[in-house]
Design a protein around this ligand. Sequence first.
Ligand SMILES: [Zn+2]
Length: 401
Amino acid sequence: MAFATKRIYEEDPYQSHFTANVLSQTRREDGHTELILDKTAFYPTGGGQPNDTGMIDGFEVIDVYKDGKSIVHLLKGNLEHKGTVEGHVNFSRRMDHMQQHCGQHILSAAFQELLSLETIGFHLGKEWVTVDLKASQINVDDVRKVELRANEIVMENRHIETRLMPVTEVDEQIRAKLPSMDGIVRLVEIDQFDLSACSGTHPYRTGEVGLIKIIGWEPYKGNVRLTFVCGLRAMRIARQFQDLLFEAAKLLRTNPYDVVPSLVRMKGEYEQYVRENRHLKESLIRQEAKQWIKQGEKISSVTLHLHQWINKPFQDMKELAKTIIEEPGHVVIFASEGQLNRLIAACSENISLSMRELVDHLLEMTQGRGGGSRIFAQLGFTAASVQDVLKFAKKWIMENL
Ligand SMILES: [Zn+2]
């Protein structure tokens, strides 16, 4: 049996307390109650606006939804009695939804007016609100222009009027935007700015929407998805950004206006330090390589440098090996023992050995991973001891020279 619920929120979006008669109540298996009343101030999910929450006779209203002409309130728990109940809508949540929802009307109309961009999607989330615009891209200047226009409409505090009208009497352009429907349509008009069909809740004046702040935009499924917030959400986000800026200023020991110049200066200094550090490291490695070149084990015409470290950074081993083999006549086998054992096999250009071939043998022996070229190859392994691997490498070099 269908029950029609009178919608108080359509006539008075500010009414949060009401008394109503119970038309039907059903206890669900999960213990919650589905309650239908003869009238309600609770807005059900629909038209991009989330449902209201609140209390009915001391029971928490956790969901509100439409079922034909009825509006169903889902109560947490079992409402025993029938008759008259008292409802209290959580008005701060409703006001937030009205600000975001109406802000979307204003923003979409401003995109249409200034850039002829149509809104094809809308989502009112817990933190952010998004609109999808029929555009392949938009630039920052256009976004700023639209944001300014939208906020001007807010500050002009224009009247917002809601009226019901037979769909046949609705202007052609508006009718084209409606889903196919007959009967009565609800029109929402922002004075001399926007007219759309909408079943949501709206404040009486645009000033109540508060600040409309666009946060960002990105390509989304061939269109542009724009994120924004209105009213108190906009104030909160401005506060968050302010806190971040103040925190950054504190860390940099400067004032908020000097954060960017300070970072630019520090970035320049950092890049200079990185360059200097690289030069210093290179010169240290050259010094170290000179010492290594003087030592080593002579095997026929070559000098072999075979060494083992524990947890030596791979990059350091690699640079040292590459510097040593710049001199003709050297073979380098460096290994570092760690969680993953690493080995480098390198030889000077003039030596007729293939380090790649050696590493291929070692791969077979260790089940490790690696590869490289004739003069420089590397290997990572865990399933063999570094000592055994070095012993094999030395034997292979002696046999192949
Ligand atoms: Zn609306």
